[in-house]
Design a protein around this ligand. Sequence first.
Ligand SMILES: Cc1cc2nc3c(=O)[nH]c(=O)nc-3n(C[C@H](O)[C@H](O)[C@H](O)COP(=O)(O)O)c2cc1C
Length: 145
Amino acid sequence: MNKVAIIYSSIHHNNTEKLLKSAKGIDIYNINEINNLDFSKYEVIGLASGIYMGKFHKKIESFVSKHLKELHKIILVYTSGSNNKKYGINYKLSLESKGLEVLGIYSCKGYDTYGIFKLVGGKSKNHPNQADMNRFQDFINDLLN
Ligand SMILES: Cc1cc2nc3c(=O)[nH]c(=O)nc-3n(C[C@H](O)[C@H](O)[C@H](O)COP(=O)(O)O)c2cc1C
C-alpha cells in the first residue's frame, strides 16, 4: 500500500482520472466507488476533481464534511479549462479554515467542452498531456521523498 490515497471525482471528460492513473506511487479511489475505505492508514489524502463553476465537485466537498475528523494532511489536485490557480487557492483556504493542513496543490489544463467552448471544438484540447503528467509525477515524488 502506498502512503498517499487520492479520492477523485472526474465527470466531464475523465481528464482528472487520466492524470491520476498516469502516476506511480499513489492509491486512487473514485468517489462513486468508495466503500468503507480506511484512510486512517494513509499519511496523506488527496482530493482531486475537475473544476465545475469555479469549484471542486460537490461530492468532494460532501466527502470532506462527512470525514472532517478523520482527515488531517491534504493535497489538492485539479484539472480545469483555464488552469486558473485561484480555484486551488480558494479551496485550500476553505479547508484550512476547517482545520486541515494542505501540503500542496497540483493543477493543469483539462479538455473543456462546457457551454460555448463546445461550439469552437473545445478548450485546452489534448490536456492533460504528457508534460502535465510528468509534472504531476514530479509533484508526487516530492511528496513521497
Ligand atoms: C459544468 C462545467 C463547469 C465548468 N466550469 C469551469 C470553470 O468554472 N472554470 C474552468 O476553468 N473550467 C471549467 N470547466 C471545465 C472543466 O473544469 C475541465 O474540462 C476539467 O478538466 C474537467 O475534468 P474532468 O474531465 O475530470 O471532469 C467546467 C466544465 C463543466 C462540465
